[in-house]
Design a binder for this molecule. Structure first.
Ligand code: DQA
Length: 149
């Protein structure tokens, strides 16, 4: 069966370019390139396309969210530390009004208090936290099934 084509923007925030090297006990040993490869295979399985983008800069992430309008039907975002600080990212997600899933490799609620609050949680359709690279795959799957409902 041919499903309608969907394109999903996958946004990786600050320090996620160092995955593999960065605190592997918390974030796992996979590199960002390996996670993107897993996401691509999952996307093919789901008959979907993804565009992965990583930036360490808040404004670049805001621009990428704005740029999704007209090109992508939804967003999977791991905003990294900006999750806990960025009103600008939250406002960008609310502004474009594209269904968005928030993902985290680690369980942010099992860590330091400052990680327990997410500025973006109120403007996303759901959040997946704590399953390592699987969080991204589960997030993509949840978003695609939401969009096809
Ligand atoms: C993270 C959790 C954040 O608290 C942290 O700042 C990150 C990664 C995660 O994927 O577990 O950079 O978003």
């Amino acid at each position: 069966m041919n499903l309608p084509a969907l394109s999903i923007l996958v946004l990786h925030g600050p320090n996620l370019n160092l995955l593999g090297l960065r605190e592997p006990g918390i974030y796992g040993s996979l590199t960002l390139a390996e996670i993107n490869r897993l996401l691509n295979s999952k996307a093919m399985e789901l008959q979907t396309q993804i565009l992965p983008v990583q930036s360490n800069h808040e404004g670049v992430l805001v621009d990428a969210i704005h740029g999704a309008l007209g090109y992508h039907q939804g967003i999977v975002i791991n905003a990294g530390a900006y999750t806990h600080t960025s009103v600008a990212l939250r406002d960008a997600i609310a502004a474009v009004n594209l269904p968005t899933v928030e993902v985290h490799l680690s369980n942010i609620y099992g860590r330091e208090d400052f990680r327990h609050h997410s500025y973006i949680a109120p403007v996303v359709i759901g959040q997946i936290s704590g399953f390592g690279a699987q969080s991204y795959l589960l997030g993509l799957q949840a978003l695609v099934s939401y969009l096809r409902k």
